[in-house]
Ligand binder design. Structure first.
Ligand SMILES: [Cu+2]
Length: 385
């Protein structure tokens, strides 16, 4: 708690300094002490919101510790198992759309065995690796993630960096070249680390987590000229930032409170892209929903008329996406406030879409950026009467 207070105090001081700068030289001198107009005195004594985003904790919180045993596993992944782009009619062979992926999977305690899929509104999802398990908690809870790096293929160091929750630097997971041995930022192959994150009032919503460890480059296939460095040649300009996330190390984190509306269906959808420049085994860039590309390789979601439906959507990478569902509208609660049928999201931002289902039919959902439709960001949405 003392850390929270320190953070709040620093934030308030920063805000006052910023106001002085905005007011220009004369006003700043006045604030500094000689002649203080009424508004200036107020600026220093008024009740600036002492509650930073770290302060609010709902009193009705459960205060539980949510423990997760998460392992990074490497596996060969074909993003287009049916070999067909059902929108444009193109065909692919497995060698064109397969790459060595890395993903987070949730396990029984001590990384015993992978947990079963659970697609319920409180579930962890498919637990197939891309995306990682849905990490769920309530305001007031502490999330404890026991992480093990089992990246047998690349044998790179990895980490988990969360969004939306409260953590200190040792639980941040973000690697920096000028502090390369900082705890939690580069867990070696075979190594483990425990992250502790706190869910505060400002943590309610849809967030994400991802690998944020040492940049790496995948060596070009034998016979081709090598384009870049590896962990052993860090400093190469070709190393790719967050390559682990590009290869699949990403997932959705959900924090709820007593005001979170209950729903009948909750779909979690992760938008990310893999590029031939970074992943040489691919024949074309892939733009993926939950690690799959093109109809029937991406998730097919289903609902019934009358269902309360919620989509929790996140994106990572270097693209901006426009999420669109055919036959549906929902009320935007961010940016433009009103009815929409398309919404923008970019790297590390999320969308929470809620509506009551009222339009039966066989629909599609897709990213509306045409390049990304060509790259695979389209899926089916079936609504039963
Ligand atoms: Cu897109």
């Amino acid at each position: 708690m003392s850390a929270d207070r320190e953070r709040g105090a620093a934030g308030d001081g920063g805000r006052r300094s910023a106001i002085r700068i905005l007011l220009g030289g004369g006003a700043a001198a006045a604030v500094a002490g000689r002649v203080q107009p009424a508004w200036a005195a107020q600026a220093d004594t008024a009740p600036w919101p002492r509650r930073g985003p770290s302060a609010a904790v709902a009193s009705s919180s459960t205060g539980r510790v949510r423990e997760f045993w998460i392992q990074a596993d490497s596996f060969e992944h074909n993003a287009v198992p049916n070999g067909y782009d059902g929108m444009m009619g193109r065909r692919f062979s497995p060698d064109q759309t397969t790459f060595w992926a890395i993903g987070f999977r949730a396990y029984t305690p001590s990384w015993g065995r992978p947990l079963d899929a659970d697609l319920g509104t409180d579930g962890i999802g498919t637990n197939a690796g891309i995306p990682g398990p849905v990490l769920r908690a309530e305001v007031g809870d502490t999330i404890r993630v026991h992480f093990r790096n089992n990246d047998e293929h690349y044998r790179w160091p990895h980490s988990i960096h969360p969004h939306g929750v409260q953590y200190d630097r040792d639980n941040d997971g973000g690697w920096l070249a000028d502090d390369p041995r900082h705890p939690g930022t580069a867990i070696p192959f075979g190594g483990t680390y425990t992250y502790t994150w706190h869910c505060q009032g400002s943590s309610v919503g849809t967030w994400l987590y991802h690998d944020h460890s040492v940049p790496q480059a995948i060596p070009a296939p034998a016979g081709a000229a090598s384009k870049g460095g590896t962990a052993d040649t860090m400093g190469s300009a070709e190393a790719v930032m967050e390559i682990g996330a590009e290869l699949g190390m990403l997932g959705i984190l959900v924090v709820t409170d007593e005001n979170t509306p209950p729903v009948d269906r909750e779909f979690t959808l992760f938008l990310h892209d893999a590029y031939t420049d970074d992943v040489p085994s691919l024949a074309q860039d892939l733009d993926m929903f939950n690690g799959g590309a093109f109809l029937d390789n991406t998730p097919t979601f289903t609902a019934r008329v009358g269902d309360r439906v919620r989509w929790r959507i996140a994106a990572l990478g270097k693209e901006f996406h426009v999420f669109h569902i055919h036959g549906h509208r929902w009320e935007s609660n961010q940016g433009y406030q009103g009815w929409v049928d398309s919404q923008i999201l970019g790297p590390s931002t999320t969308l929470t879409v809620e509506y009551t289902e009222d339009n039966p039919g066989d629909w599609i959902y897709h990213c509306h950026v045409t390049d990304h439709m060509t790259g695979g960001m389209v899926g089916r949405y079936r609504v039963h009467p």
